[in-house]
Write a protein of this length. Structure first.
Length: 402
């Protein structure tokens, strides 16, 4: 099929390209990469002739979500294998899932592009693409080495096994762009998180949430919207809040922790050991719309990963005009300019993190001015228009080469 373009109301040119998007992690799961994938599919959809998402079939009923997305979704068999101690099951699961993808593609009208998400499907579907003679684009949401050295080694082995026709690698402040440029060379394009600045916008304070959380008396609220996993180092944010709490000596300041993960029990016990149960509240998993409402009541947002804080949750907060305080880890300095659109703190420096929180506590003007500049940065540098143009250009180049 030709990749000719047609004019639309936007300055983005509409293509007559059809794609099948392959995901192995999707709703009802939640997380930054899943949100990214969903928003990308929705934002690019008006500029494609056709788009179909192949997603794992789950035991939960996802029909309402699937119908509301605005993009066609086909749920396909996903292997449910029991974990066996000391035996890594994920590689086998992903191989079996790619076979499901292959079987589904055989029954479908041949698309112009197969667009995958995650390293496993980028590699395995590159083989599927060669069978069907369809270009394969891989989207990598950072590097799995963030979670463990073993994951990073597995990722490298896969990347050396095969490569997609082209890959978009998200610059999340990690080593991912450099790693995959080295492995796949000119086949790699670096992209950034694109933020829906209409959804993530400054809202009036949601007094209903304050009432629900029984914190109507709050004079200052610190918020974290990162997952409760090891790489996010939420324990350091709790330690900083403890120092801030002891310095201010007010019972009307709160730390809200929105998110879930395997560190939750540890973090709850840490809060209990500090006797901060009344002022630190765990909110569990929240949707994008709920995050926006939580941001409306927050004074500052903290990001304490020692790996990188150039993630979606930070940029969503910036888009909502919130003052962000982040450890200067990974490539975070490419996103946050110290005392311009946020505050950078030397990583692991809990004492200075606490002092930075107190700085905003003492200066409303600084909080608002930094928040305003933060949103301006996101609007200028993280628009979906830029991202969509980048993707469509690569699609066009791949199809022109055929």
């Amino acid at each position: 099929m030709s990749a000719a373009y047609m004019e639309t109301k936007s300055d983005i040119l509409k293509s007559n390209i059809s794609i099948v998007r392959v995901v192995s992690s999707f709703y009802p799961k939640i997380g930054g990469s899943i949100t990214h994938t969903i928003e990308l599919a929705q934002k690019i959809n008006p500029y494609l002739t056709d788009q179909l998402i192949l997603a794992p079939k789950t035991s939960l009923d996802c029909s309402e979500f699937d119908k509301s997305l605005g993009v066609r979704i086909l749920r396909i068999k996903y292997p449910a294998l029991k974990k066996i101690p000391l035996i890594p099951m994920e590689p086998l699961i992903q191989v079996l899932y790619s076979i499901s993808v292959y079987s589904s593609l055989r029954a479908l009208k041949k698309p112009d592009i197969i667009h995958t998400h995650d390293i496993s499907q980028a590699v395995y579907c590159s083989i599927v693409g060669k069978i069907f003679k369809i270009p394969v684009v891989g989207m990598l949401h950072g590097s799995t080495s963030a979670y463990s050295p073993v994951n990073g080694m597995y990722e490298t082995i896969l990347a050396k096994l095969s490569s997609p026709s082209h890959a978009f690698v998200l610059d999340d402040g990690s080593e991912a762009p450099y790693k995959f440029k080295k492995l796949w060379g000119d086949k790699v394009s670096i992209v950034y998180h694109a933020i829906d600045t209409e959804l993530f916008n400054k809202l009036p304070t949601n007094k209903g949430i304050l009432k629900k959380l029984k914190i109507e008396n709050a004079e200052f609220i610190v918020l974290s919207t990162s997952s409760l996993i090891t790489v996010k180092n939420i324990e350091l944010a709790i330690e900083a809040f403890k120092l801030f709490f002891e310095s201010v000596r007010s019972n009307n300041i709160y730390f809200l922790i929105a998110g879930d993960g395997d560190q939750k029990t540890f973090l709850i016990n840490l809060v209990k050991s500090y006797q901060l149960e009344n002022n630190v509240k765990f909110l569990g998993e929240v949707s994008s719309s709920e995050v926006v409402e939580l941001l409306s009541i927050a004074d500052v947002v903290v990001a304490t990963s020692l790996y990188s804080n150039m993630n979606r949750s930070v940029q969503e907060a910036m888009s909502c005009e919130k003052a962000v305080i982040a450890f200067d880890s990974g490539g975070t300095g490419k996103l946050i300019k110290h005392m311009e659109n946020g505050i950078l703190v030397k990583k692991n420096d809990v004492a200075n993190l606490a002092k930075s929180i107190q700085l905003f506590y003492n200066s409303q003007d600084l909080k608002f001015s930094i928040g305003t500049r933060a949103r301006n940065f996101i609007i200028s540098e993280r628009s979906w228009d830029k991202r969509i143009k980048q993707e469509l250009e690569i699609y066009d180049k791949l199809l022109t080469r055929k």
